[in-house]
Write a protein that binds this ligand. Sequence first.
Ligand code: ATP
Length: 824
Amino acid sequence: MKIAVLTSGGDSAGMNAVVRAVVKVGILKGCETWIVREGYEGLVRGNDHADGSYPEPPTVPEAASEAHHGHPTNLLANLRFGDGLLLRDGTGDHRGADGSGNSTRTLAGRYLVRVGWDDVRGWFAEGGTLIGTARSAAFRTPEGRTEAAFNLIKEGIDAIAVCGGDGSLTGADLFRAEWPSLVQRLVDQKRITPEQQARHKHLRIVGLVGSIDNDMCMTDLTIGAPTALHRICEAIDNINSTAASHSRAFVLEVMGRHCGWLALMAGLAAGADFIFIPERPPDAKTWEDEMCETVHRHREIGKRKTIVIVAEGAIDGDLNPIRVDKVKDVLRDRLGLDTRVTTLGHTQRGGSPCAFDRILPTLQGLEAVNALLEDTPDTPSYMIGVRENKITRVPLVEAVKMTKAVAEAINNKDFKKAMSLRDPEFAQGLEGFTATASLFKEKQLPAAKRMRIAIIHMGAPAGGMNAATRAAVRHCMKQGHTPLAVHNGFRGLLDGYVHELSWLGVDGWMSRGGSELGTNRFLPDQDLGGVAARFQKHDIDGLLLIGGFEAFRALAVLEEGRQYYPAFRIPMVHLPATISNNVPMTEFSLGSDTSLNALVDACDAIKQSASASRNRVFVVETQGGKCGYLATLGALATGAAILYTPEDGITLDTLRDDVKFLKIRYGLDAKGRSEGRLVIRNEASSNVYTTDMITKMFKEEGADLFDSRSASLGHTLQGKIPSPMDRARAVRLALRCMSFLEEHHQALLAEQQKQQRQSQDGMPTVAAPPESAAVITIQGAQVVWVPVQEMVRDADMKNRRGKMEWWRGIKTLVEDLVGRDQLL
Ligand code: ATP
């Protein structure tokens, strides 16, 4: 099969990763791979080679064949067609695949270009789309689509993957539906033969959603939206310091014509005071009062800065647009605030893709090729989506229809329907924003239901710990609970470092890395009686533990201690936060996204240095303890050549293969180009084959072919500033934890009252049920509470990780994407 991939509509980060994945997976599955430059416009224009005799360069350099001892593989046959280098230059002036300048080929007049394995090397780290995108008026016409069909048939292409927004995917579906009639027209016009018609009866098509707005229904995330959110949060984090210095208000406009996802998530992650989104428009008559009242309340208690985020498509309940300048005027005139407007504009599209926008498009690109291979005239054309942690296929038409229905619902002022058509995370995000952004006038719970809730950080610091604490504290203030900060873990509790937190005191915590409370690995069983006495002294009714494997162990200790100490018969919850992502039974811990991004940033810099120096292999050592999550996902996000994890270990046999692989791979590289490659090794992969030893071995074996160096990322992986994803997740999960504590507290109170009524001596002895000491986990598409006792059964306590790890299969994909099996 010949597969072509194109990017269309507005560009977004991650589109290059889609192209890379489709090309590589396509080749691995035995397909010939093509790219279409400039989206549908390129399809319509096609290739200007009248005789169809465009000369292909030799694909396998001689050195490569020798290195491979003459075993041709699909990868070798599709190694390089040179154009990747040219597309990267963007000059249209080709210097030749080997950099020699001998080739006379140029891209002028060629929009459909065959590409090979190495043509898409290193495309991960580049923003935008290297193959170009356009908005094509011609493709909207039947004549334009007839040309597009002709150009595809001319090159013998029968399958296309389209990465773009809802417009592009609508076009894709229409193109496929019309295909037989377009082909018939071409036969009637005698532009193709009946044989060609018979060969190209059916067009296979698949859609991938590339859009920074996250505006497509039936998928949680679109490609490019997480990176845009990164850019927005970086901007707000920068604005925060100047706003606070001058006590200013800032009104920010972010992208999102029909979708408020970016505004909502940015508001949540950056701790904004007020947001305007199209799905939940404020009352036309009262929004100015509401905003001013909220901002005034915050200012009254001493807040020095105000951040208001306005989605590009924000409207009021009467569908009048809400513009940033209007918001600015209101804040200035009514509250007397020194107010500035910042329109982020196209900076939101730019920059290197974040880790998620490399991993998601890679996994989706793989699924897209599978969908194309399995496509039949009877199956619908699919859109590749994602639900929580699962890659999905949904009928393209339905997703487009539902997306259009949101805009229609907004136009019809049916905002309830518009919200219901968004994914559940959107509504939870809005709930989270409302609960954490505003200072509430009234306490929501009656005095009898209010609690004293202790918050403890445990283990190593992880991105999102402070954001989760802020959300928990803000929830407490809203409900009327008392949030108690325990500093320096259980050690600090014993030493008496407990104090009440305030609404304003945690205001800036969303963007702070590390642990504001202080954290350590001191377990409560070192003085369980002392810990119980402190719980009693501070009258603690509920406990929120934020941390990694230690926090889980601490919870297990406290739960067991319930039989001896009544002070522990309270609801207790553990919110996993660790860069290692080694807490059993949950797919994600807070901090794991931050550390993955820190790793990706570091590896981009290392790879650049490695490529610039000479052919150099960098052995990068990561943290992670005995859990290979960070190394594995990091390897996928950076396109590492080799991956070592504690789960798989390192043996002499694998090392021998690794050296052989590197030799073959460097032998295949284009002459005159220096290539850097990454080897990612988790710190605990082997006690014998250390990073230093492997680096020296590669250097020795590499001889003239390649050199090697090592880098240990160490504690830098804890990240400086938490990623937006970790912050947003922190709010969502912390609020769920607080509801959990409230529910179980009320159930325990009810039980206590019942026993009090029945008991003769009036001394109730309520035993807290095991499920009231639980860990909040993310499993597939759901948040699941796991009682800590059950969690212990699923844990590999010796290696401090879960017995089942969802990401284990990814190592094979990492190896596939560097062609390891094909080359060895
Ligand atoms: P973004 O979300 O960035 O706007 P998009 O894919 O929605 O991306 P559009 O400009 O709507 O961007 O569409 C991109 C291209 O897809 C159009 O220029 C056009 O060539 C094609 N297209 C869109 N809608 C249709 C349609 N109904 N019929 C045929 N082609 C279409």
